[in-house]
Unconditional design. Structure first.
Length: 129
């Protein structure tokens, strides 16, 4: 059973790397690229739809939403493009350390910006006569 789980985890990792390549492929439609970006942003975001500290439900969104988003994104990418990206992912996985750090920084900057703008809006509303 452990070997089967490891094989599924490896296949999922290859699929995610293939989606990374598909997001950068010129043959991928814009809506598939947008969905892939949303999935990555949600996965790296410190804010979840359902907070993780809520028993069972907190982890359920990570166990259901992310895989369903990945499946949907794979279906939106044209088959030829996805096959090419899967082959590339198996042959040459990207060096994700730098890209992952940059993506995490970008997501934190977006959340801080949203928080600052929301705070300014509330302050402006409260001080308006």
């Amino acid at each position: 059973m452990l070997a089967a789980l490891k094989a599924r985890a490896k296949a999922l990792k290859i699929e995610v790397v293939a989606l990374y390549f598909a997001a950068r492929h010129p043959g991928t439609p814009w809506y598939a690229k947008a969905l892939i970006a949303a999935i990555v942003a949600y996965a790296l975001s410190p804010i979840d739809l359902i907070p993780d500290f809520i028993p069972v439900l907190g982890l359920l969104d990570d166990l259901l939403l992310l895989p369903l988003g990945i499946v949907l994104a794979v279906r939106l990418v044209p088959l030829g493009v996805m096959d090419e990206c899967r082959a590339r992912a198996q042959a040459q996985p990207p060096d994700g350390s730098r890209a992952g750090h940059l993506a995490a920084i970008a997501i934190v900057v977006v959340w801080v910006t949203v928080l600052v703008l929301a705070t300014l809006g509330v302050v402006r509303y409260m001080t308006a006569d």
